[in-house]
Design a binder for this molecule. Structure first.
Ligand SMILES: [Mn+2]
Length: 330
């Protein structure tokens, strides 16, 4: 989509709807708020939607309270910008109403993007959707004040894991440099979105670490928590995010697994891996994901049965990989 087309589209429409995905991350929220603020400054009537809850750690972002969770039917026709979504499923059943509201502009950086928009601005070389929004703002001479810069910085810092992941490029750092010049405080953002956690999270982590176990070769590390423990601390399920890495990051460990047992006799399994394709393992149990990060849900009479099955499958995948290695060495 050319900038002239964006320009025309904006000139012809007064109402703008910005949507982002369920279980929003910093890129989803930061991109939506930045794009919304820039368009508002252009005199547009902007509404921002995100299905589901916005995690508390983003509460410091300007405009976050205006984000609505339910997309109403029969809105005045406008343009719908869908941000950071590989497909429309991520809008959590809002698709039909969304398509009625106007032409869809799909802005995203996922390699798997389904090009579901009437217009598509998809760039998988961008580290974050926030990086694409930055480019649109600059190329169309839109406002880039300190608040918009803050939202864009959160977007890019989130998706690059604070400029640590392999998707960090010279370009993402160049954009970050401009945003810092606009007055963004990187240490404040780091504290808010990466470092701070509620007390309940530390209690949960303590209990999870107490369950840490390893296989005999110390290649697999796993931990577990039951829903009852979360309730005891008044903790939310999202607080367990990242616990699985404590196992995976142990020197010598190849695969970290986290088991969350619900009262419905379901076990939600999170995998993180250094080498083994855990996406394949998760798929064996009806789940999915990426080679290095995946998940699945297993129903079983006993929590231990679900765990044993999963650990056995990981062991088999590890042995298969090691078998291949031996063949190669010969
Ligand atoms: Mn993203």
């Amino acid at each position: 989509m050319k900038n002239r087309e964006i320009h025309d589209l904006l000139n012809r429409n007064e109402h703008i709807y910005i949507l982002t995905h369920t279980l929003p991350d910093g890129d989803a929220i930061g991109s939506a708020l930045a794009w919304g603020a820039a368009l508002r400054h252009r005199g547009k009537k902007v509404r921002i939607f995100c299905p589901g809850v916005i995690p508390n750690k983003y509460a410091f972002l300007p405009g976050v309270l205006e984000i609505e969770d339910d997309f109403p039917a029969s809105l005045p026709k406008g343009i719908v910008f869908v941000l950071d979504c590989g497909d429309m499923e991520r809008l959590d059943c809002m698709e039909e109403k969304v398509r009625e509201a106007g032409k869809i502009v799909n802005i995203d950086h996922h390699a798997t993007n389904a090009y579901f928009g009437d217009y598509n601005i998809v760039d998988n070389s961008a580290s974050a959707t926030g990086e694409i929004i930055y480019r649109l703002i600059r190329e169309n001479n839109m406002l880039l004040d300190r608040e918009i810069s803050l939202c864009l910085y959160v977007a890019i810092a989130s998706d690059t894991g604070s400029f640590k992941y392999s998707n960090t490029t010279p370009r993402s750092l160049q954009v970050a440099a401009v945003l810092l010049k606009k007055g963004v405080d990187p240490s404040l953002i780091s504290r808010k979105i990466f470092d701070e956690y509620p007390l309940s999270t530390v209690f949960l982590l303590r209990d999870a670490l107490a369950t840490l176990q390893l296989d005999e070769t110390h290649s697999i590390a796993w931990m577990s928590l039951h829903e009852d423990v979360l309730d005891a601390y008044g903790a939310k399920a999202e607080e367990m995010e990242g616990f699985v890495n404590f196992g995976k990051n142990i020197s010598g460990v190849e695969v970290g697994i986290f088991f969350y047992h619900t009262r419905k006799k379901e076990t939600k399994v999170g995998f993180r891996s250094k080498t083994v394709d855990v996406g394949e393992i998760a798929a064996q149990f009806g789940g999915g994901g990426h080679p290095r990060a995946a998940g699945c849900t297993i129903g079983a009479r006993e929590d231990t049965i679900a765990m044993e099955k999963v650990i056995q499958a990981v062991k088999e995948a590890l042995y298969k990989k090691e078998g291949l290695k031996t063949v190669k060495c010969d």
